[in-house]
Ligand binder design. Structure first.
Ligand SMILES: [Zn+2]
Length: 155
């Protein structure tokens, strides 16, 4: 009897370990064909092919309403309007991402060393983070494509 209880204990322990591992990986996995079917052409180009929208052309670079910004591909909450600031760079800029909402990767494309920012839930490309943000807060600037995010106003 004791042996059986011990085996059940071991089994449930293993189960919880594998569940924890699952939480570490991007939670949404779709094939490229599936992404193409659910995203607009522009969204696909930026979120999946790591493109960049032209400066001062996006929906949110000059947008300062109160609310939340979620991932355009999977609705993961990424930024809040109280972290958005006027950066004059032509892209929506935030000094902080919601904790655990994004992942980072070193990007050496175009002869630059930059830190790419991606949605932690679906792996979608959001933009890059630079250390020229407002000194009075975090000193960071999450330079983000408007196409990659969606604004949800607070009512
Ligand atoms: Zn996402």
């Amino acid at each position: 009897m004791k042996k059986i209880v011990f085996l059940i204990f071991l089994f449930s322990l293993q189960l919880s370990v594998s569940q924890n591992k699952k939480n570490m990986e991007p939670k949404i996995k779709k094939t490229e064909a599936e992404w193409k079917a659910t995203l607009s052409e522009k969204q696909y180009e930026i979120l999946r092919n790591k493109g960049t929208e032209r400066a001062f052309t996006g929906e949110y670079w000059d947008h300062f309403e109160k609310g939340n910004y979620v991932c355009a591909a999977c609705d993961n909450l990424l930024f809040t309007s109280d972290t958005k600031f006027e950066s004059h760079c032509g892209w929506p800029s935030f000094d902080k991402a919601v904790e655990g909402s994004v992942i980072y990767e070193k990007d050496t494309s175009y002869g630059m060393i930059r830190t790419e920012v991606m949605c932690a839930k679906c792996g979608g490309h959001l933009g890059h983070v630079f250390d020229d943000g407002p000194e009075e807060t975090t000193g960071q600037r999450y330079c983000t494509n408007s196409v990659s995010i969606k604004f949800i106003p607070i009512k």
